[in-house]
Structures are given as C-alpha cells and as structure tokens.
Design a protein around this ligand. Sequence first.
Ligand code: ATP
Ligand code: MG
Length: 411
Amino acid sequence: QAWFRDPALGRILALLNDDGGEGRVVGGAVRNSLMGLPVSDIDIATTLTPEIVMERAAVAGVKAVPTGLQHGTVTLVVDGKPFEVTTLRTDVETDGRRAKVAFSTDWKADAERRDLTINALYADANGEVVDLVGGLADIETRNIRFIGDAARRIAEDHLRILRFFRFFAYYGSGRPDAEGLKACAAARAKLKTLSAERVWSELRKLLGAADPGRALLWMRQVAVLTEILPESERWGIDAIPSLVATEKALGWAPDPLLRLAAIVPPDPVRLGALAARLKLSNAEAATLKAWAMTAPVNDELSPAAFERLLYRNGPDGIVTRLKLALGVARGKAEVDLGEMARSARLGKLLDQATTWKKPQFPVNGGDVIAAGIASGPRVGELLAVLENLWVEENFASDRATLLARLQEHTR
Ligand code: ATP
Ligand code: MG
C-alpha cells in the first residue's frame, strides 16, 4: 500500500527501530489497509518510553509534540504529516471508565489491552503483519470480536459496548459475534456511567457509517440503543434505511445528526433535553432541533412564504428538516402515490433552500439617523419595523422606496 511506502513514515520507523528499540504501525491503518480501505491517520506503537522518543526526535531534527505524555503519546511531525507514537502499555487497574496503565516492552500485552481483534494488528518496518490475537482471520471474515473474554473486556471499559457496534457498522458482515453481543446486552446498564462526551463521540462516529442501519437494529435488539437513546423507543429506527437510500440517490454525504434526528421524535422539548444530555455543541443542537420545525414542510406554504421563512430562520435548519422529510417520503413513495407527489414537492423546496441567497436589506442605521432620528434604541426599532415591512412585501421595495417610507414615518 502506498501509505506504507511514504518516506515520512519510513523515517519515523527508522528512528524508532534503532539501538534495541522498535516501532510498528498499529490499529486503524493496518486494519483498513488489510481490508483495502483508505487509511486516514497512522498510529505507531513503540517499545521506547516517550522521553526517549522525544530525545531521538530532537537528535534527528524531527518535530515532536508531547500530545499525551501521561498516556505515553508523542506526536512526531514529518513533511507536515503528524504520526502519533505511543509507548506499549499494559493495564494495571481499570474501573470501567478509565484505566491506569503502565509502560511496557511487551507486544503481546499491548495487543491484549486493545478492544477488538481487528484493531490489534501491527505492521513492522518491513510491512510484515504481526498478529498476536487472531485478528487476521477476523479481518478475512469481517468478524467483529473482542480480544479475550468479552464480558471482562467490557467491564474494563464500558465504552467498548458502543465501539463493538461502531466497528460492526463500518466493517462487520453477517451477524455480530454472538459472545460479544451477549456481553454487550448484559452490561448495557453500565453505559449510564460513562461521560456524555465519550458516548456522543462514539455514537456520532457510529451514525456516520455509510449505513448504520444494521448496527442500530442489533443495538435495539439487545436493548443497548434504548439505554443511550430512550427517545428512539417510540419513534423507532425504521426511517434509517429510507434516509440512507435517499442520501445515496441524491449524493448527500452521510450526516450523523440527520441520522440521529431520524430516530427520535420531532418534539422540541425532548430534542432539547437530548442535546443537553449528550452535550451536543450549539451548532449540533441547532441542527437536531430543526427536526421539530413544522413550517418548512407545510404543504400549503407558497413560494413567497417559503422565501420569507428562509430569510427569517436562515437556510440551515430548513435544509435539515427538508432532507429528513424527503428521506421519509421517498421511502414511502415506492408504495404510495401521494408520497411520491410529496417527495417531488419537497425536492423542489430543498433545491430552493440550498440555492437561496439572502437578499440584502438596503437600509441601515445611518439612513435612519440621516432621516432625523437621534441615535439610540429607537433607531434599531425603526429599522426592524422597516425590515419587517420589506420582508412581508417579499423584498420588492428598493432603497429609494424604503427611504421615502422612512421620511413619511418620521415626519
Ligand atoms: P479510526 O481512527 O478509524 O476510528 P482506530 O482503530 O484508529 O479507528 P481509535 O479510536 O483511533 O480507532 O483508536 C486507536 C486504537 O486504540 C484502536 O485501534 C484500538 O486498538 C485502541 N483503542 C482505542 N480505544 C480503545 C478502548 N476504549 N479500549 C481498547 N482499545 C482501544
Ligand atoms: Mg485512529
């Protein structure tokens, strides 16, 4: 694979593989390249301590950033490309939420503290794959399986329940491993003890899979889904296949928030509570809450009224809402002529919303003052009244007309 022949990577491995030290590529990069999938970031494991990695980088003139010294991680930057270099570790103590780790030089111990067999493969400097946990066979069959005893591995870190389904969503085929599934089901109540940040970060990745539908079905089946998203209980995940098909047909990138909205009810209060519980960012929360907007998908809305709606709300939430409505309607359209017509209408509105350019209100505070109003809160109030009139008249009046109106008003 091309990424492996990258001279930048070669330089880092050479620096580590010297004087009794060793470095190997590990995790996602090895997994993806064995599966013939693109590799995004390259993680490296090494027998050297972070201090020695820093020292060797300094001697070799390689930029080193101590990104997580307490976890043993140093980021080396070559040709502008970052490589995370982490010292081999073994778990000393775990409480299900965070682990106390010790540095080691034992590759097997490092492999065994990882979560899934497909994530614990190493590639040495010659490109030879080192498999200490039977991961190669699982890559072959696309089997998502915990390393060692599934229940024990989940007890060490409950987040692994979600990682199991996330990696199944991306790389699994057939059914998830039966032992893993059973262990996830048994430990599901522990998900409540995890921080919102860790849960949402993992869930967001899961929902961003090309098709998260199968994984979500299994999560519902073993009641893991209701543990983290009780809102999905009544509403259901049935809209996902149709939304995913629509995304593919219309060339939309997979959007985790769109998928999240599709599996929870469009109720503003519950959406607000969900956003707060998962600690979504403000932007994410706004996107999610758009799901509860009824106006953009109102069939009675005229094009002019839709334009006013775009002006007053901005297009982002409206686009989200229309995409969801279209995703659902297209699914039903195959068996329902009414939904087919509705899909066509929603599609037009979506086109209008995505190509819409906000008209520029042609009057400003300076104009109001020039018309004889002393600067102060009254200026803003008058401006707002004028802008509102302008919007109500569908942006038809030009600057001169609006200024004349202003004169009338202030006389
Ligand atoms: P990607 O970056 O494509 O999401 P990845 O495999 O690199 O996939 P990361 O979350 O970046 O996943 O983690 C890097 C490696 O660290 C994993 O491959 C796995 O071996 C290990 N790892 C990460 N999180 C855990 C965890 N909670 N428990 C055990 N091992 C973990
Ligand atoms: Mg990674």
